[in-house]
Structures are given as structure tokens and as C-alpha cells.
Design a protein around this ligand. Structure first.
Ligand SMILES: [Zn+2]
Length: 552
């Protein structure tokens, strides 16, 4: 142990204060008089923590921890407030979302006229001819009961091309000028795997295009994000996540550009959450060539799994199912990659020491993905590969048994039942008892995580707790009550289970001496709260690595 980093590593893996002379390891900060729910089974509740160099140095009773205070040490009285470990969002798209928030109009509004007003306001500030871009539009959430039309968009913004992404990510809406620029008219045929919608009465463009037809626009949209923009995007989303108590997030569809943006934001002190950056399979050859694999990095920016995509989406009803969607007897959803493709990329990554995370929503998608993982392990067994099933939404008993046998990790949507209740009826009451199946996962001893998939889902951890515990949407409908879990279990899912999903359970996920000082101070105790108001619990402060990343 000759250099500082090795010594820090050593400190981190042991409850070290008894091993090092106090004059060398004085706490920087003591938080006391808290109600700390630690998620450490050896010491489930504590009153105080001492923090040094970004880690918990001591955890325990007020008297014992305050005893460590040397003169001049900062102390903070938490006034009995509840403290939890920082939340870990195990599947999200924060870097991309940050860029969107930086540049685009947030169309998460409740009427078409409100969306029109927001677009009009942006257009007024933009030179004529410049694109007006929107995102987070959701056709099921406006009071109008119909989707945005090309006429709505032309009326709002006639002199700028307008392009609006649905928050699910599989469809876009545009105005006439944008269609012109994209080279699409009424006679343009649908591309393979895509659709250009027409008004059934007139045959005119409706304004909506789906799936691969989005590529027409991608060719003409402004691609002028600078390196600084990417860093700014991370900075912006950092503040949004920190405000809700998130201290770590998986970037679930990352690229080398995202990895650089995270490093840039960290270097400039603007990164407020720890990023586990997946790498999309399209970049895997270059990464392997460079000698990179899962785990490279540090506790702020780390290379995550290789990302594959097996099937479609839950919110936009394209997940691949064994029995059809309710009321659509011939619609089973879609498979995006073939089993052979998944295997080819998976094998390459598996042999090079990468974790693999495959988007698999429907039971057929999950079955296919598991078959690939089982084959990889059979042909080339690796110790503890922690295969991930991104979303892993619709399950059954035999899938559960195979997930358990493989030690695989599901990352089910945490806020969908609460936030996307209006989409649940497409799946039916019976199937909902096998969706976002935390009860089944936990009963089987499977370490499922909290995951927002933002922007498609909301990322607020208190909303995740309410959704998982009550299985009730904002209108009071209950969806899949058999999958309810307890508040305590939901906290575990959102903290230590998330750490395990990135091989960091010895580093974070609980308030424990030696671990990273990541925590959240709440206005009320979720364990004493009425489950139907969990989402209203205020986050007062968030800390990552001993530094306050949010203070209310
Ligand atoms: Zn995702």
C-alpha cells in the first residue's frame, strides 16, 4: 500500500476508523440526531454518521459518533429527520434526456392548446426556418381525447419546421414544413418496419410517423450538439435527479459520447450522480478493441453493460407477448433483433468480460433473452456474470425459475402503475398480476431493482415506492395487486439491489462504515406514511460522496 488510491481503496473496504490513527482520519462532517434507515442488516437503524473523504467513516448512536468530533469538525443536527441511502435508478436515459431538456420544448402538458402555446413561445424566440423541437409528448395524457394533428402544429407554428418526440420514443409528430424538409408527402410509401400515418377520411398526412419512419426526419434534424452541450445536458439532468434523492443512475443506452460527457461533467464538478454507463452494442467492437470492459472507471463514472434490444415497448404497446393484446387478437407485439443476432453480439461481449443488459419486456422477449444467456453460460461459463433483463415486464413461473437459476437481474419499471395507469388496460387484469412483478422476484430471492426508464417513465423515487407498494394509479385504479411489496422492500429494491446490479454492493446502497456517503434526508418517514401519499414526501437534502447535491 504505497500510494493514496490504494490506501483509499483499503479504507473503503473496511470499517476503518479503528484501524487508522485518528489524527490521520478525522471526520470532515458529522450528521447526528437522525432516524437513519440504513439497509444494513447488521445495524438497521442509526442516529449519526461521521463522513471523511466522501465515505461513511462511522455509523451508530449519537454519543458514539459525536465522540469522534475533533475541534472544528462540522456538525449538523438533523432534527430527527428520516435518512435513507441515496436512491439508485438502475435503468434510465439521463444524458440523452438532459440534452433534450436543454434544447427542446417539454411537451408533458395536459392539453393540445397548452402544447401549442409552448411551441408558439419557443418559435417566437427562434429565427424563422429554425427547427422547433419538442419531447415528452404523450397522446394518452391530454384532455382532448385525440392525438396532436398536423393542423394543430401548422396552426401553432407555421414558419418553423416542428418535430415532437413521443415520450415512449417510438413515434414522432411533425408539421407540414417539417414533412417537406424530410421529403415526405402523401404518396411516400411506408419504409420497412415503419409507418407514415394518414387521415383515413382524406388520405392526407396525419402528422404522425412511427418506428423506422422516424429516420426520414433524423436525416434533416439539426445535429449540432457540441462537446460542451453534452456536458451541459449532464449538468442539467444532474440537478433534476438530485432534487428527488437519486445519487446513482444507469445510462441504459449509452455511447462513447455519453461516456465522455460524464467524464467532462465530473471534471468540471457538475456531475451530481454516479453514472453506470451502458454501451450500445453498435459500439462494442471499438470498446473491446480499446481494451475496455464493464467495471472500468471509478465510483463516479463507470463503464456498464453492453446493451442489446430484444423486443418492443410497454408504454407504446409493442412488447412481444405469447398471448395477444386485449382487444387486438392478432397483435402479439414485435421482436427487434433475432435470437441469432443477440447471441452473436452477446458471445462477443461475454467472452471479453462484459456484463450484458438486454431490453426484454414481453414474456416471449424474456424467454428468448434467457435462452441466449443460458447458452452463453453453458458454452463459456463465467463466474458471476450478472446478466441483466432490462424491464423484464411480463413474467410467469417458469421464467422466474430460470432467472433465479441464472442469477440474472430484472430492472422492472417502478413508476408505470402509478403514472401510466391509462395504458394498463391494454394488458388486462390477469396479465397485470404478472407484470412489474416485484413480489414474485423478491419471493424467489431475485434482486430486482428500481428503474424509471426516464423519459418514458418518471424517475421520482418516492413515486416508485408508492407505485410498487399500492399498485394503484393516479385515478385510484388498482393494477396487478398480487405484486404489491412493502415500503421496506421497495426501499431495498431502490438502494442496495441497485448497487448489486452494477457490481457495487460493497461500495454503496446502504449507510454503512466504509461505503460512499450517499444519502437522502426526507421530510417524513416513508415507513410511517400512508402508502397512498408516499409520493408527497418532500426530499429535503441529497448527498453524494459527502457533498450536498441538493438542499431545499
Ligand atoms: Zn430504456
Amino acid at each position: 500500500m504505497t500510494d493514496g488510491s490504494t490506501r483509499r481503496e483499503f479504507l473503503g473496504t473496511l470499517a476503518a476508523f479503528s484501524l487508522f490513527p485518528l489524527e490521520q482520519e478525522k471526520p470532515d462532517l458529522i450528521l447526528h440526531n437522525g432516524h437513519m434507515v440504513t439497509m444494513n442488516p447488521a445495524e438497521p437503524v442509526a442516529e449519526a454518521v461521521a463522513i471523511t473523504r466522501g465515505r461513511f467513516f462511522a455509523v451508530g448512536k449519537n454519543a458514539d459518533v459525536l465522540n469522534l468530533a475533533a475541534p472544528g469538525v462540522r456538525k449538523m443536527d438533523l432534527g430527527g429527520k428520516t435518512v435513507l441511502p441515496g436512491f439508485i435508478d438502475a435503468h434510465s436515459h439521463p444524458a440523452a434526456a438532459g440534452l433534450s431538456h436543454l434544447r427542446m420544448v417539454d411537451c408533458d402538458l395536459r392539453s393540445i392548446s397548452a402544447i401549442q402555446a409552448a411551441l408558439r413561445e419557443r418559435a417566437a424566440k427562434s429565427p424563422a426556418g429554425d427547427w422547433v423541437l419538442g419531447f415528452k409528448y404523450d397522446d394518452t395524457k391530454t384532455e382532448d381525447g385525440r392525438p396532436l394533428s398536423i393542423a394543430d402544429l401548422d396552426a401553432a407554428v407555421p414558419d418553423h419546421p416542428v418535430h415532437i418526440e413521443h415520450r415512449g420514443g417510438h413515434t414522432v409528430y411533425a408539421n407540414s414544413l417539417a414533412f417537406q424538409k424530410a421529403g415526405i408527402d402523401e404518396k411516400t410509401p411506408d419504409p420497412p418496419g415503419g409507418r407514415i400515418d394518414h387521415d383515413p377520411a382524406t388520405g392526407k398526412l396525419s402528422g404522425r410517423v412511427a418506428e423506422s419512419a422516424q429516420a426520414f426526419f433524423e436525416k434533416v434534424l439539426p445535429q449540432d450538439f457540441t462537446r460542451d452541450d453534452h456536458r451541459e445536458g449532464v449538468k442539467l439532468i444532474s440537478k433534476m435527479l438530485a432534487k428527488t434523492g437519486i445519487t446513482s443512475a444507469t445510462e441504459a443506452q449509452g455511447t462513447p459520447t455519453d461516456l465522455r460527457a460524464y467524464q467532462d461533467a465530473r471534471d468540471s464538478g457538475e456531475l451530481l450522480y454516479r453514472a453506470y454507463c451502458f454501451i450500445n452494442y453498435r459500439h462494442i467492437d471499438a470498446m473491446i478493441e480499446a481494451g475496455v470492459r464493464t467495471g472500468l472507471g471509478d465510483e463516479w463514472v463507470r463503464v456498464g453493460a453492453m446493451k442489446l434490444v430484444c423486443d418492443g415497448s410497454i408504454s407504446e404497446r409493442t412488447a412481444r407477448l405469447s398471448t395477444p393484446y386485449e382487444g387486438r387478437p392478432s397483435d402479439f407485439g414485435i421482436l427487434v433483433m433475432t435470437e441469432e443476432e443477440l447471441y452473436t453480439y452477446g458471445r462477443k461481449a461475454h467472452l471479453a468480460g462484459w456484463q450484458i443488459g438486454t431490453h426484454a419486456n414481453g414474456d416471449v422477449g424474456i424467454d428468448t433473452t434467457l435462452r441466449v444467456y443460458e447458452r452463453l453460460q453453458r458454452e463459456n461459463p463465467r463466474r458471476d456474470p450478472r446478466f441483466r433483463l432490462e424491464h423484464c415486464t411480463v413474467i410467469n413461473d417458469s421464467l422466474i425459475a430460470r432467472i433465479k437459476a441464472l442469477g440474472a437481474i430484472p430492472t422492472p419499471f417502478s413508476t408505470y402503475v402509478y403514472y401510466h395507469g391509462e395504458k394498463m388496460r391494454y394488458y388486462g387484469a390477469e396479465r397485470l398480476n404478472h407484470m412489474f412483478a416485484l413480489r414474485s422476484f423478491l419471493d424467489a430471492g431475485i434482486r430486482a431493482t428500481q428503474a424509471s426508464d426516464y423519459p418514458p417513465g418518471e424517475f421520482i423515487p418516492m413515486m416508485a415506492l408508492q407505485s410498487e407498494v399500492t399498485r394503484t394509479d393516479t385515478k385510484g385504479n388498482v393494477w396487478g395487486p398480487k405484486q404489491k411489496i412493502t415500503v421496506e422492500e421497495a426501499i431495498r429494491v431502490g438502494t442496495i439491489n441497485g448497487a448489486h446490479a452494477s457490481y457495487e454492493e460493497n461500495l454503496k446502497g446502504s449507510i454503512e462504515a466504509g461505503k460512499l456517503a450517499d444519502l437522502v434526508v426526507l421530510g417524513r418517514d416513508p415507513l410511517k406514511e400512508n402508502p397512498s401519499t408516499l409520493v408527497t414526501i418532500p426530499v429535503e437534502r441529497t448527498m453524494a460522496g459527502g457533498r450536498w447535491t441538493f438542499e431545499s
